[in-house]
Design a protein around this ligand. Structure first.
Ligand code: SAM
Length: 347
């Protein structure tokens, strides 16, 4: 396995068979997982030093027209509490975040039909005019190329749209009423054409996913060369069809993050909230697998519990923007610190 890890670190790619072998053996053997993670950390440190970028996450709306089997915001979940922020509330989040030192705001939300291009354009323009030095990241699901273009022109810089599954059947089984995998990939291509720094990614351990599926995800990521990749464990939400399924495995999640770091040395890789929710040291374990971004929650405290994509989602303490000092202290325990700069992708 040592040769495979070294080859991946040097050439930034492996074939499907080798990727499958590496994932399996990293899950089964401590020394392989450690070697993979240590190599990924070395690569990340060469690019980013010991700084970890922070992004302030603002969850715009828990209304969603989609019906993804795994997600607590799915439209069929009648028990979900729904809310949407007004643009004044979003501006207040930005004001607080800017004062705390955040220089990237991530506007994320369910696919809410009231988020028209006009509403979003005005909001983004206002954030851009008030804070000319921040990066604005959107994560609002599938929209038309025209819409992505409009929002980019209004001042957005980055867009996160996980591809969720590179395998067509797995994608279809998780998103029964969606437009399908090809449409998702078309959206990613449109985002790239519009000039966004673009993020993709997937959950680890969602029902039906095999190691071969993760290999397909990795090959797609390698082919698409996104600027950002979000990877976290699947976590169940009891009011969804996958509510009784087990959470994704920590070791497999960390091995996948480490492989992505070695494939894309310059990419921005978050140590996700899902990882921090799975296990108390999850955020640190992600950094110690090559991740270099964390995304504390900047949403108004009154709505945080309502953005429940899975249960017990971490949004307080070190996962909260107001807990930024505690987060920095936690990072210091492994020799890292928060880097408050905008942290754009730099090839
Ligand atoms: N609607 C936008 C979209 O589809 O990209 C953004 C919001 S969506 C809730 C953000 C991400 O949450 C999804 O890409 C998905 O991978 C993740 N997610 C949803 N349910 C999850 C679960 N049960 N466990 C882990 N991650 C989950």
């Amino acid at each position: 396995m040592r040769e495979l890890v070294e080859h991946l670190a040097r050439c930034h790619k492996l074939d499907a068979t080798a990727l499958g072998q590496l994932l399996r053996s990293a899950v089964a053997e401590d020394d392989v997982l450690q070697l993979l993670r240590d190599t990924a950390v070395r690569t990340a440190r060469q690019q980013f030093g010991l700084g970890v970028y922070v992004r302030g996450l603002i969850e715009l709306s828990s209304f969603c027209r989609c019906d993804c089997l795994y997600c607590g915001l799915r439209r069929s979940n009648r028990t979900a509490e729904r809310y949407r922020l007004s643009s004044e509330e979003v501006m207040e989040c930005c004001r607080e975040g800017y004062a705390l030192g955040f220089r990237t705001f991530v506007l994320q939300g369910g696919e809410d039909g009231t988020h028209t291009d006009t509403w979003l354009r005005e909001l983004i323009s206002k954030i851009r005019a008030t804070y000319p030095d921040v990066a604005i990241t959107l994560s609002l699901g599938e929209r038309s190329e025209e819409s992505y273009k409009t929002l980019k022109e209004a001042g957005a810089n980055r867009y996160l749209l996980r591809h969720e599954a590179a395998n067509e059947e797995l994608y279809a089984s998780l998103h029964p009423s969606s437009k399908g995998l090809q449409h998702r990939l078309d959206c990613l291509a449109a985002l790239k054409r519009c000039g966004y720094q673009t993020g993709m990614g997937m959950m680890i351990g969602v029902k039906g996913q095999t190691i071969e599926h993760i290999v397909e995800d990795l090959l797609l990521i390698e082919r698409m060369q996104p600027e950002m990749v979000g990877i976290g464990p699947f976590l169940p939400h009891r009011a969804t069809p996958l509510g009784e399924e087990p959470a994704g495995e920590l070791r497999l999640t960390l091995a996948t993050i480490a492989i992505v770091r070695l494939m894309l040395p310059h990419a921005l890789l978050p140590s996700t909230t899902a990882l921090a929710t799975l296990t108390p040291r999850g955020r640190l374990e992600g950094i110690l697998s090559g991740a270099n971004v964390v995304m504390p929650n900047l949403s108004p405290t009154s709505v945080r519990a309502k953005y429940a994509i899975y249960e017990n989602k971490a949004s307080w303490g070190k996962e909260a923007a107001e807990g930024i000092a505690a987060l920095n202290s936690e990072l210091e325990t492994i020799g890292y610190h928060i880097d408050f700069s905008r942290g754009d992708y730099q090839p």
